[in-house]
Structure formats: structure tokens, C-alpha cells
Design a protein around this ligand. Structure first.
Ligand code: KG4
Ligand code: ZN
Length: 328
């Protein structure tokens, strides 16, 4: 069995995955709701909360200690002070149980959320939409993943968080905005669709966010219906932007399988639009289970199985963190 740890942002999670059967034996996550009042993740607070939550979850895995063959941990990308918590814990476990470490790229982990308790399916063209990243990735195999498109500024999920904050609502904003939008008029405000005239394969959400800010300022007193309409109109523009760029990719290359992963892939509005687009192009759509869209350690464990199989393990304690995304 492999024990896997995730602490790259505001979720403390530990999983245990069976090496032979790929079965998820144990999975527990504590999400830090404490950031809600600040409208975003406060790194120092997140770090302290990981230090509290991770040992508590770890205690529940005692019965598996003598069956562990390796300990996997997210070491990139993410918040440095929170990555450090998971990595320090993984090192202590590796030392105490005399087992190797496995380093995990969080974004590649999100891709492997598609394959939890399943076989891998490649090639995949992947849309990764999370709080930290918005990317289109050509994932041909475990070892061949290329970045095709990236965001120039904010990420898709982050823009939901910021709109939620501007509306005086909580964090994380994704599900709050999506829920408000259900009863809103998406055509009341015509927010711009970012980069719609640009041939560039890239994403941008900061201009849209500013357009929403200006609208909120001009309305002054916001009724609940105003908030619903703003949420719906914003969600429509943000999703249309994603749709336009994905359509561009579909037009320019042969795509067999398409997948959406990451925390914001839980957005049902986006899922529905992408589903229709895939049908139009006769492309098979893959989605993670809703519970594995946001950060979790089951996906870290699933990717760890592949690394373990290939002998990509660290036998000393030489493992560093990389807060910024470099490559897959
Ligand atoms: O993957 P994730 O858990 O953490 C990162 O790796 O960043 O993604 C969290 C992000 C947050 O920005 C959150 O607001 C967004 O995903 N999110 C959503 C939805 N659920 C979560 N965004 C839009 N619609 C949602 N339903
Ligand atoms: Zn994530």
C-alpha cells in the first residue's frame, strides 16, 4: 500500500491506495473553512491548520502502517508554507517506517483523478480548471504531457472566488456563484468574453473580473436578484471564454478523448456546455467523480502507483518543494 499526502493549498488530505488492485483503502480530507471570512486563502493560517489536521488524519491510518511500501506527497506546485507541511510529514514517516518517498506534481495528480480505482486511458486532451491554474494539456501518456494553453493572469476558479468576494460572499466562491447563478438571468449583463478576438490559445480572467467590479460599483445597493444576475452573467462569460478556446483546439487537431479536471470542473454549467461541444465534435468526454474534482489525496495516491511501478522513488530524504509550476 502507498500512503499519500496532499497539502498544496487549503485541503489537508491523506489516502491509502492498494498497489496491486488500485483500490482506495482509506481517504480522509479536512477542508479549511477558516479562510471564508478573508475571501481567499491566508497562507500562514493554512499552514498552521495543516499542522493541526494532518497528524489527526494520520492517526486514523495506524492499522495500515506495517503494510506501507512508500509515502507519496505533493511537492509542487502550491503554496510554499503549506507544501512544506506535507513534505515534512512525509519525510518523518519515510524515516520512521524506513520506506521511500514519492514526489507528486499536483497538476498531474488532478489528471490522475480521472483514473482513481481505474486503468489509465490515454491519449487525453485535458482542461485543468482549478483555483491556481487554467490549462489545456495534451496528455499522451504518463510520461508525455505538454502544456498547450495557460492563463495570462487569474485562473477560472480564482475569478469565481474574486467575484464572490466582491459580492460580499464567502470563499471558496465557485459553488456559491454557481448556486446563485441558477436563479439568475445570464443575459441581464453583457460582460466581455475575454480574448474572443484574439487568435491566441490562452486564457485571461482579470479583464472580466474588472468588468464585474465596475458593474457592482455602478449598482451601489445590490438586491439578491442583482447578485444572482451578476453571478449568472459572469459565469456565462467565463464559461463561453473557455468554450471558445477549447473549440479552437477541437478545430485544429484530431481529438479522441477530452477530460475536465480540477476543483472548478465540478461546475455543472461548464460541464454541460463542454458536454454539448464534445457531442458536436464526436469526442468522448471524461470527468472525475465530483468528490475527486477538488483537491484530494486519492488522486495523489493514484499517480503515486504509476511512479512506484516505474521505480521513480526517492530512497534518501532529498525532496524539495517547488511552489511554481515548471513542467509535468
Ligand atoms: O483544485 P482545487 O480544489 O484547488 C486548487 O488546486 O486550486 O480548486 C479550487 C478552486 C477554487 O477556486 C474554487 O472556487 C473552484 O475551484 N471551484 C469552482 C466550483 N467548485 C470549486 N469554480 C466554479 N464552479 C464550481 N462549482
Ligand atoms: Zn488542485
Amino acid at each position: 500500500m502507498i500512503l499519500s499526502i496532499e497539502s498544496s493549498c487549503d485541503d489537508s488530505a491523506i489516502a491509502i491506495t492498494d498497489i496491486k488492485t488500485k483500490k482506495l483503502i482509506f481517504h480522509k480530507k479536512i477542508s479549511q473553512i477558516e479562510h471564508s471570512v478573508y475571501g481567499g486563502v491566508v497562507p500562514e493560517l493554512a499552514s498552521r491548520l495543516h499542522a493541526k489536521a494532518l497528524p489527526l488524519i494520520f492517526e486514523d491510518t495506524k492499522e495500515y502502517f506495517n503494510q506501507l511500501k512508500a509515502v507519496a506527497v505533493t511537492n509542487e506546485p502550491g503554496l510554499s508554507v503549506t507544501l512544506m507541511e506535507g513534505v515534512m510529514m512525509a519525510k518523518a514517516i519515510a524515516l520512521a517506517l524506513d520506506i521511500p518517498l514519492i514526489s507528486i506534481n499536483h497538476l498531474k495528480g488532478h489528471i490522475y483523478s480521472l483514473f482513481i480505482e481505474k486503468e489509465e486511458i490515454f491519449p487525453q486532451l485535458v482542461l485543468l480548471v482549478s483555483g491556481g491554474h487554467t490549462q489545456v494539456i495534451e496528455a499522451n501518456s504518463y510520461s508525455e504531457m505538454n502544456l498547450l494553453a495557460n492563463t495570462l493572469d487569474d485562473s477560472f476558479g480564482e475569478s469565481f472566488d474574486k467575484v464572490s468576494k466582491m459580492l460580499g460572499l464567502g470563499y471558496p466562491g465557485g459553488s456559491i456563484i454557481e448556486n446563485l447563478a441558477k436563479d439568475g438571468d445570464e443575459n441581464r449583463f453583457s460582460f466581455p468574453i475575454p480574448l474572443s478576438q484574439s487568435p491566441k490559445l490562452a486564457f485571461s480572467f482579470s479583464g472580466l473580473k474588472n468588468a464585474v467590479r465596475l458593474e457592482i460599483e455602478s449598482l451601489k445597493e445590490l438586491s439578491l436578484q442583482d447578485k444572482r444576475d451578476i453571478s449568472a452573467s459572469f459565469q456565462k462569460s467565463a464559461s463561453t471564454h473557455i468554450l471558445q478556446k477549447v473549440k479552437k483546439v477541437f478545430k485544429n487537431r484530431e481529438v479522441e478523448n477530452f477530460a475536465i479536471v480540477g476543483g472548478a470542473s465540478a461546475n455543472l454549467y461548464l460541464r454541460e456546455k463542454i458536454k454539448n461541444l464534445c457531442n458536436q465534435f464526436n469526442i468522448k468526454l471524461y470527468l472525475s467523480e465530483l468528490k475527486f474534482c477538488s483537491d484530494n489525496s486519492a488522486m495523489i495516491g493514484r499517480l503515486a502507483l504509476e511512479k512506484y511501478k516505474r521505480g521513480e522513488i526517492i530512497n534518501d530524504l532529498n525532496l524539495e518543494i517547488n511552489p511554481r509550476f515548471k513542467s509535468f
